[in-house]
Design a binder for this molecule. Structure first.
Ligand code: NAD
Length: 295
């Protein structure tokens, strides 16, 4: 079975590498990241010039691009993939996008006789490299069974959450929990330091208790090191929280915590920190206190 892979960025490149390592015949393209395409070719993948050139060769097409407009462009734009796919081919969109857009894209593909699953991930670059991502999947159960073995080469958890769009709804839930958790860690460590207790001691003392979390373990050391190399960029998290706002408006769902953290992130973006890892939320507090969090 030939697999296409469009979008070889921070996440897509290691995910594609894991598929080559697992023995899949891969055809790859990226509009901008030509060095990443070369890396994949060096491992045995085939490079294609355009997204349509990828599509005409494959049975399953994976997309891993930033947001809904990029997925739509990759599929339906100039030299887009959709028109070149065989009938019965499967589009597996692993990008984190608005679930409403997933449903719109699926409706267009359905008219062309093409199947689609939305399968966004959680875990970030380290888990993309290790092949231990968590996939949240939406779509038909019978198509899920076909793509599951492929997803298991890139992830250690693969869960069908419901029909098309359910993967991205679940991803939005994930992004709320991560954003609010990072903000809580930043707020707590800042308070602790201002009250005269070393942040390192706070982290050591509470990480094994109820307050402990994967987010805290990953992000508290970055905050104390003032190391904001991404990881997951503020601008991508703003994109996800804006998608939460859109979905909440559509279904009249209350999101006061999301709105607060989104405002903090927008202030960081205003000050030029949009390319930093989302652990840079601590900088919002540093602006207010005038002092950096330290060890
Ligand atoms: P990225 O910006 O590093 O990579 C995206 C790639 O897509 C780029 O190389 C870009 O050139 C390519 N691209 C964009 N439009 C294209 C098009 N029309 N045709 C071909 N290629 C195109 O982003 P990333 O960090 O890899 O994130 C990808 C997706 O995964 C996003 O939706 C993001 O929210 C999600 N995600 C990221 C992380 C993370 O930690 N970085 C974690 C989980 C989920």
């Amino acid at each position: 079975m030939k697999v296409g892979f469009i979008g070889l960025g921070i996440m897509g490149k290691p995910m594609a590498k894991n598929l080559v390592k697992a023995g899949y015949e891969l055809v790859v393209a990226d509009k901008f990241a030509k060095a990443a395409v070369e890396e994949l070719v060096a491992m045995g993948a085939t490079a294609a010039e355009t997204n349509a050139d990828v599509a005409r060769q494959v049975d399953i097409l994976i997309t891993m691009v930033p947001n809904s407009p990029h997925v739509k462009e990759a599929l339906f734009g100039e030299n887009g993939a959709a028109a070149a796919l065989k009938k019965g081919a499967i589009v597996l969109d692993c990008s984190s996008i608005n679930p409403v857009a997933s449903r719109e894209i699926n409706a267009e593909l359905e008219k062309m006789g093409i199947e689609m699953m939305d399968a966004p991930v959680s875990g970030g670059e380290p888990k993309a490299i290790d092949g231990t991502l968590a996939f949240m999947v939406g779509g038909k159960p019978e198509i899920f069974e076909k793509v599951k073995p492929l997803l298991e080469k890139m992830g250690s958890s693969v869960v069908l959450c419901g029909g098309i769009g359910a993967g991205n709804v679940t991803k939005l839930c994930n992004q709320i929990v991560v954003a609010v958790n990072i903000a809580a860690v930043a707020e707590a460590m800042t308070l602790g330091q201002q009250c005269g207790v070393e942040p390192e001691k706070i982290f050591e003392a509470i990480k094994g208790g109820l307050a402990g979390s994967t987010v805290m373990n990953a992000k508290a050391p970055m905050m104390m090191d003032q190391n904001f190399k991404p990881g997951f960029r503020i601008n991508l998290h703003i994109k996800d929280l804006n998608n939460v706002v859109d979905a909440a408006a559509k279904y009249d769902s209350p999101i006061p915590l999301t709105q607060s953290v989104l405002e903090m992130m927008k202030i960081l973006r205003r000050d030029g920190d949009e390319g930093c890892d989302h652990s840079a939320l601590v900088k919002y507090y540093q602006k207010l206190t005038g002092e950096e969090l330290h060890h």
